[in-house]
Design a protein around this ligand. Structure first.
Ligand code: NAD
Length: 356
């Protein structure tokens, strides 16, 4: 099994180093190869996604990605900016399924903006379709209206569309993810208003026939937003389109308190995946040794579960993370009085010790 290691910019190299340390003590024979990406790619080869980096990402079974972006590249033309690397990887590798677990460890219940009893022990998985929907649908643009109530005025327009294949493949990913968890799937749509999402609902219902062991329910997106805040623990797995998923997954992220705790996976049709923390390159704290590496370490655990088919190793890492939190170790972003403040490396070392 080959893993491409793409640390990127800012805190990327610091946090990815901790995840690599953890992967190295599992006793597995993974081949790992590192390549520059983002600002580091531009500095080395004049492009945020150098040809050699893309080739490595294509060859590898899985990709562990840190983060990209640095203020010093903000004046470059858009196509050369670091953030283009992640878009290029998603597009080139056809990573259409974005999996974002939102887990709140009981020890961190005080870090959430919601009441501890509402969120403590939260463990949900949001699956967002990543390459379709109104974000990519054509035609789009600004034009002079030729019909409707405002003929002759300028109007902005986009196109919401989903092909059957796009819905089927994300539904399969979602049902299979639910099978690995509590076997409950909520498909979020707006079927009462949008043709696209009535079609979505019909196709998800059809795919359900292949997964009789999973309980499926359907929920309108406005209700889902409300339920996520009111009673988030009622959900197990949520699957939805690109735009609804964009919004709901950020709302769910905040239930858990710190962005430094949130892993993510972006998968293709064969479960090949790019795994990265949900946060960015945090240039404000880069080089200070205080970034929280747990989101990246938990992303490596997701890689073991979804792409490398090593669920027991994924469980081991997740248990080790729980253990260091119960020992009271905290990076500054999750620090509370009465706990022990540690840096990036110390946190990585503590996870390694807990694994052993
Ligand atoms: P950010 O997520 O990098 O940082 C937001 C805040 O969270 C900052 O205060 C930061 O210090 C803190 N933070 C983030 N990760 C942390 C961690 N692991 N531990 C402790 N604190 C952490 O978002 P931003 O400041 O809006 O963006 C910074 C750069 O990252 C920009 O160039 C942006 O384009 C890029 N970005 C990249 C990705 C990606 O690579 N997928 C995603 C989002 C943003």
């Amino acid at each position: 099994m080959k893993i491409a290691i793409l640390p990127g910019d800012g805190i990327g190299p610091e946090i990815v180093a901790q995840a690599v340390k953890v992967l190295n003590v599992l006793g597995e024979a993974f081949e790992m190869e590192t390549a520059p990406v983002g600002g580091a790619g531009y500095a080395a080869h004049g492009h945020p996604l150098p040809e050699a980096t893309l080739t490595l990402a294509k060859q590898a079974d899985a990709i562990l990605f840190g983060a990209v972006g640095d203020w010093k590249y903000d004046t470059l033309e858009r196509s050369l900016r670091p953030e283009q690397a992640i878009l290029g990887l998603r597009k080139n590798l056809n990573l259409f399924a974005n999996l974002r677990p939102a887990i709140l460890y009981p020890e961190l219940a005080g870090a959430s903006t919601l009441k501890p009893e509402v969120v403590s022990g939260l463990d949900i998985l949001i699956i967002r379709e990543l390459t379709g929907d109104i974000y990519f649908g054509k035609p789009r643009g600004v034009r002079i209206a030729v019909d409707g109530d405002f003929i002759g005025e300028r109007e902005g327009f986009d196109t919401m569309r989903y092909a059957e294949t796009e819905i089927r493949r994300i539904a399969h990913v979602a049902f299979q993810a639910a099978q690995k968890r509590d076997k409950r799937l909520t498909s979020v749509d707006k079927a009462n208003v949008l043709e696209t999402f009535q079609f979505w609902k019909d196709i998800v219902t059809e795919v359900h026939r292949d997964y009789p062991d999973v309980a499926l329910d359907h929920m309108y997106v406005d209700n889902a937003a409300m339920q996520l805040i009111r009673a988030p623990k009622k959900f197990d797995v949520i699957v939805t389109g690109n735009m609804f998923g964009d919004i709901l997954s950020d709302a769910a992220a905040m239930l858990t308190g710190s962005i430094g705790m949130l892993p993510s996976a972006s998968l293709d049709a064969n479960n090949k995946g790019l795994y990265e923390p949900s946060h960015g390159s945090a240039p404000d704290i880069a080089g200070k040794g205080i970034a929280n590496p747990l989101a990246t370490i938990l992303s490596a655990a997701m890689m073991l579960r979804y792409t490398l088919q090593r669920p027991a190793q994924a469980d081991r890492i997740e248990s080790a993370v729980k253990k260091v939190l119960s020992q009271g170790l905290r990076t500054p972003d999750i620090y509370e009085a009465g706990t022990t403040k540690v840096g990036t490396e110390e946190m990585g070392d503590a996870v390694v010790r807990a694994l052993n």
